[in-house]
Design a protein. Structure first.
Length: 198
C-alpha cells in the first residue's frame, strides 16, 4: 500500500519601487503557491527500462533532520517610504518530514542522470554553471544557472542537471521530503531529449 504525504510551499515576493528579484525556477509556476502530493513508494517501470545514473558526481552529506508537521509563516511588511520589500512565505506539511542538506561536486561533462524527488529542493549554485533539462519540455530546452544563483525543483518533476562548463560545478541542495522517503528517484531518459543528454 502506498502512503501519501503532502507538502505545500507558498512564496510571495512583491517589491516597492522596483522589479522583483527571484532565482530561476526549475519549472514554470502559474501562481505563487506550490502544492505537491507525493507517494513514498517507488514508482513502477516497464520491464527492461534503463534508469539514468549519475556520472562524475561526488556527494557529501551536510546534515539531515526530522521535523514534525510544519506550519510556518513569515511576513515582512512593505515600507514605501524606504522602498523596502514586502515578502511572504509559508511552508505547510501534513505528516513528518526530513530535511536533507548536501553538497554536490560535478566535474566538467558530469551529469546527475535523469531523476526526480518526492518533495521540493532548493538548489544553490556555489561555483561553476549548472545546466538543467526537464522531461516534460518537448523542446528539451537547456536552463543555465550561474554561480551565486539558484533554482527550485518543485518535487515530482523528472529532470537532469549537467555540468556543461569547463570547471567543476558545486551545488548546495536542501530537500524537504516525507519522513523516511528516498530523496532521489532514478528515472529513465525521456523521449523528449536526445541520447546526447544522458
Amino acid at each position: 500500500m502506498r502512503q501519501a504525504a503532502s507538502i505545500t510551499i507558498s512564496l510571495l515576493l512583491v517589491t516597492c519601487g522596483g522589479a522583483p528579484t527571484a532565482a530561476p525556477s526549475a519549472a514554470p509556476v502559474a501562481s505563487p503557491s506550490v502544492s505537491v502530493s507525493v507517494a513514498t513508494s517507488r514508482p513502477s517501470y516497464a520491464p527492461g527500462t534503463v534508469m539514468s545514473k549519475p556520472s562524475g558526481v561526488t556527494t557529501v552529506p551536510i546534515a539531515k533532520g526530522r521535523f514534525a508537521e510544519i506550519d510556518a509563516k513569515a511576513r515582512t511588511e512593505a515600507n514605501p517610504t524606504t522602498n523596502t520589500t514586502l515578502w511572504q512565505a509559508q511552508i505547510s506539511t501534513r505528516g513528518a518530514s526530513d530535511l536533507e542538506v548536501l553538497q554536490n561536486t560535478i566535474v566538467p561533462g558530469g551529469t546527475f542522470g535523469w531523476h526526480s524527488h518526492p518533495g521540493p529542493s532548493f538548489v544553490i549554485v556555489k561555483s561553476g554553471t549548472a545546466t538543467f533539462y526537464l522531461a516534460n519540455d518537448p523542446k528539451c530546452t537547456p536552463h543555465v544557472v550561474e554561480a551565486g544563483s539558484g533554482f527550485v525543483d518543485q518535487g515530482g518533476d523528472v529532470h537532469v542537471v549537467r555540468n556543461e562548463g569547463a570547471v567543476d560545478l558545486v551545488t548546495i541542495v536542501a530537500s524537504l521530503i516525507p519522513a523516511g522517503a528516498t530523496r532521489r528517484i532514478d528515472e529513465a531518459r525521456p523521449d523528449t531529449c536526445p541520447s546526447s543528454i544522458p
